[in-house]
Design a protein. Sequence first.
Length: 477
Amino acid sequence: MSDAGVLNLVLFLPLFGVGLLLASPTGEHDFTRRLALGVMIVQFVLTAWLYARFDNSVAGLQFETRLPWIADWGVYYQIGLDGYNVLLVMLTAFLGPLVVAGAFSAIDKDVKLFYAMVFLIQFAMMGTFVAQDLFVFYVFWEAMLIPMFLLIGIWGGERRIYATLKFVLYTAFGSILMLAAVIYLVYSLQATTGVTSFAFADLVEARLPLDVQSVLLAAFALSFAIKVPMVPLHTWLPDAHVEAPTAGSVILAAVLLKMGTYGFMKLGFPLFPDATRLFTPVLMSLAVISIVYGACLALVQDDIKKIIAYSSISHLGYVLLGLLSLELIGIQGAVIQMVSHGLVAGGLFLMVGMVYERCHTRELGAYGGLAKLLPVYSVFFMILTLASVGLPSTSGFTGEFLVLLGAFKAAWPQAQAGQSLPLVLAVVAVSGVVLGALYMLRFALGLFPDEPMRKTELAAKAYQQLVSTPRLPGSAP
């Protein structure tokens, strides 16, 4: 099989997994879980093989497939890997087995349907990253809504319906505007060049006036900013994270939020370069506000899932700052930060889910003493915490350092020319590093001291629940 064929297999393997689930015996939950894990492991192995064969010295698409779909409209099924998406595809495939395995003991209702939804959202996320045709991209972009709607709505918490509707309404509103912009963009390309195409490579060549670029960028940016999410469009995220099952929270934080920043990097800025330069001060201001505001909100939360949710807003603000620097080193830092946040936030949600599913409380004050009770668990949790803080030698440090370096590199010449705003924003963004250390260390200190922070009945109940179910890594006998 060719490399392009392997990429197609990676993309469609989750759909094949759905077919296997439908054919599997009903009620055999253990078999269903093992089957789902096996499919995800195969997908990860194939993706790792493609990653090893990817040549980063070659520009442009690799492992490309381009087949006519709706040829009269210029729509082609076109997928491939390039420097924009290869790491994000690898991240998505790596987290798949972890999401499936992490739900083994947590999901005991409609198990087959649950893993079918995980497969479908894995298919949609992978397709969004590898799509090289705007029509195909939009189909996958919208397809993500359905399985995530069901994951939260069926297996979520007490306020799952509210969180689900809020998530869908926010996302659907931005998507409708992006659809209108997509249609106008394709018609503009046809009017100016005589070519009807949805291919990214063709749309980049469209020469649009600044006013048209500005309107279209605003439509794309609104949809992407909601998905990131960027302040002030962030309010759906904490509710979705809190009410989602652990698997849903991991998918949201680790991959789904990256769709917004990937959209900016792959589509928004390349398609509308003049409008991007015009709106960079506004977008950069919102990115820095997201960094500081998200960190401040995380600092005052007592809900352990909300702490990680708000920290995601802050960390993805750094991604946007790196992209908006329009400097190579800043963009490289943004990509590293996306991958780092996916691994760290996904890992934190998995580990928080492990104790939440046993104690059934998200209150930080109900915990304490985990360092003695769960020593191995505590070590891994602290490694992820320090990576989130950005300790040197961790991926979090590498991403944030390169982002800030790119921001200062872009801002300094402008400051010398009398435009001080970019430099001020870069300086303010540094404060997010300090705030990040504060809220993550507060988080860790709430979980791991020898005694609970507040000796309440809730804390005693949570502690006894952990003692009575020693199934976590490193649990005391």
